[in-house]
Design a binder for this molecule. Structure first.
Ligand code: SF4
Length: 167
């Protein structure tokens, strides 16, 4: 059984910084759930953040720079939360490895879970291409990461793994 690490807020839990979730309406997702593939995980809760919590963004940094120890993640009140974001990423990777996950489907735009874009560090709604800290660490360890609006692509990847096994 190929398991999939998924952002906890995609799985119905209202755990985003503003106490919301991100609804997913997809027959593929429902099938994955029925097959028992989903491993739900929130790096920020795992790192000890509460719900709700202040929004956070990478400041003049990319996830690569943060993971290399040279960047910063801050809340909109100026608190430096870099260490907690890196710890959340480490815990996400640990969980993915422990569960044998073969890919991840994560909430785009999040400073932890973003896979194609993140907010740009100005807290003004601007975005930039790139990954969140957890998504980057998972990707760097060889786990394909998909945003929640590319579930069909993720399913194609999953099926390609099944084909490899059958071949
Ligand atoms: S850290 Fe990821 S799983 Fe947790 S609320 Fe934010 S986007 Fe969702």
């Amino acid at each position: 059984m190929h398991k999939i690490l998924v952002s906890g807020c995609l799985n119905g839990r209202p755990i985003r910084f503003n106490s919301t979730n991100v609804p997913v309406s997809s027959m593929i997702w429902d099938r994955w759930a029925a097959e028992g593939r989903l491993v739900s995980f929130c790096p920020e809760l795992a790192a000890g953040f509460p719900v709700p919590r202040p929004p956070a963004e990478m400041i003049d940094s990319t996830a690569h720079v943060v993971l290399a120890g040279h960047g910063r993640v801050e809340e909109d009140n100026g608190s430096d939360v870099t260490e907690a974001f890196v710890e959340g990423a480490r815990l996400a990777l640990e969980r993915a490895v422990a569960e044998g996950c073969v890919m991840a489907v994560l909430t785009d735009g999040s400073p932890s879970c973003g896979t194609t874009y993140v907010y740009d560090g100005t807290f003004s709604g601007g975005t930039s291409e790139g990954m969140g800290v957890s998504a980057q660490l998972l990707h760097d360890h060889g786990l394909p990461v998909f945003p929640e609006n590319q579930i069909e692509d993720a399913d194609k990847f999953l099926r390609s793994l099944a084909d490899e096994i059958e071949a």
